[in-house]
Design a protein around this ligand. Sequence first.
Ligand code: ATP
Ligand code: MG
Length: 180
Amino acid sequence: MFLKKLEIKGFKSFAEEMNIEFVPGVNAVVGPNGSGKSNVSDGIRWVLGEQSARSLRGSKMEDIIFAGSDSRRALNVAEVTLVLDNQDQFMDLDYNEVSVTRKLFRTGESEYLINRQPCRRKDIVDLFMDSGMGKEGFSIIGQGRVEEVLSSKPEERRAIFEEAAGVLKYKQRKSQAEKK
Ligand code: ATP
Ligand code: MG
C-alpha cells in the first residue's frame, strides 16, 4: 500500500483544487516558509480522522477551511481525498485503489467517504487503525512532534508503540465492548 495522490481543495492555504501525486518510496515536499508544506501533512492527518483543531494548528475545526486572502474570497467547504494504492490488498478491501475523503462545511456538517461512498468517520479510522498510518501513528511526525513524543506521558508514548505493534485496534474494541 502506498499513498498515490492527495486531492485537496478549500483546505487551509489550498484555495484552488490541487492534486499532489506521490510515487512509491521516498517523496519530498519542498518550498519556502509558509508555503503550505505542513498543511499537506495536516490534510493527510485530517482525512485519517484527526479531531483536534489544535493539533491541526487552529483553535476550532472551521479554521481548516480556506479563510480567504487578499485576492480570494473565503470558501465554505474544505475537501481532502487520499488515493491509496492497494494492489497488495494491505487494506482489507477488495479494491486495487482506495480513496478516502473528508469534507467539512462552514455550517459544521461533515462528510466522510470511502471510494466516494458515504461512510462514518469510524469506518475510516478502523480502516487505517493497524496500518501504521493512523492519525496517532508513528508514521506522521509533525514539526515539533519529536519533542512531544519524547516528553509525553508514559501512557501516551505507549499508545504510539501500540499502534505501531498493531494492538491498538483490539484495545479500542475491548473498551467499546465494555461500555455496552
Ligand atoms: P514552514 O517552512 O515555516 O514550516 P510551511 O510550508 O510548513 O512553512 P504551512 O504552515 O503549511 O507552511 O502554511 C502556513 C500558511 O498557511 C500560512 O500562510 C497561513 O496563513 C496559511 N493558512 C493556514 N490556514 C489557512 C486558512 N484556513 N486559510 C488560508 N490560509 C491558511
Ligand atoms: Mg511547516
